[in-house]
Design a protein around this ligand. Structure first.
Ligand SMILES: [Mg+2]
Length: 251
């Protein structure tokens, strides 16, 4: 049975970093997340408000953990910028079937190249990614400065990899995989109507969420560019902003 509620939206697809938790390594606001968890518990029990699920560039294990924390026991969450779905209803993982062995080989080659180019400078490849590469360096200005070189090196080799920057990471993702392609899989598999979905995000990577949902909100700390895609921009930051956005959606 598809999930339907009495209100206007069945599902809120929410980014993690900068929305539910800080993108930095600062502690997560657990009292804020507890309110999201209570919202989800009531949503699933009473079917009177939309379920909040997650759509993130983080490794799927991190997303699974937060999905469980916010008590979403029903609707799949998305990790690694669309590579993975995790289904809380039956604990199954699904890698996008459009990722072939050849794509995996390109990602493997990209990892080797990035190590040879930047490992000596202290650029770290984030652990836990399987069909993409995320790069971190404590000096964000330095990290930002190497983005054009990386894009050129990939282009020279004709590798189908998109290079983008969040606040603190460089994401190297397969070109044909993004948050929108994963949302397409999620809504098709769960018989969810796109016009009954809302989304929340804080950086330009979330334009892929904004273009699939019928209502989009941003917390106050969002990039100026993505705020242009929003129906509503909360005056509050991060999880307090998300709670305010949920309030707008429900009332
Ligand atoms: Mg974010």
């Amino acid at each position: 049975m598809p999930f339907r509620i009495t209100g206007k939206y069945d599902l809120v697809i929410c980014d993690i970093d900068g929305c539910l938790s800080p993108e930095s390594h600062a502690p997560i606001n657990i009292s804020g997340l507890a309110k999201i968890a209570e919202h989800n518990r009531l949503a699933i029990q009473n079917r009177d408000r939309p379920v909040v699920t997650l759509c993130s560039g983080r490794p799927i294990g991190f997303v699974e953990c937060l999905c469980r924390l916010i008590q979403n026991t029903l609707i799949p969450c998305i990790g690694e910028n669309g590579v993975w779905l995790w289904r809380p209803a039956d604990n199954s993982f699904e890698c996008d079937p459009a990722i072939t062995d050849e794509h995996m080989e390109v990602v493997h080659q990209a990892r080797k190249l990035l190590r040879s180019l930047f490992e000596a400078n202290g650029v770290i490849q984030q652990p836990g990614k399987s069909a993409s590469v995320a790069l971190y360096h404590p000096d964000t200005a330095f990290l930002r400065s190497i983005v054009p070189t990386i894009a050129q090196e990939f282009q020279k080799r004709n590798w189908p990899i998109r290079v983008s920057m969040t606040w603190l990471y460089i994401n190297c993702d397969l070109q044909h995989i993004n948050k929108a392609t994963a949302i397409d899989r999620l809504i098709a598999q769960n018989s969810i109507k796109p016009e009954r979905t809302a989304g929340i995000g804080d950086t330009m990577g979330d334009r892929f969420i904004a273009e699939r949902v019928s209502w989009f909100g941003c917390p106050a700390n969002s990039e100026a560019e993505i705020k242009k895609a929003a129906t509503y921009v909360s005056p509050h930051d991060e999880v307090e902003g998300v709670l305010d956005i949920l309030d707008q959606l429900v009332h």
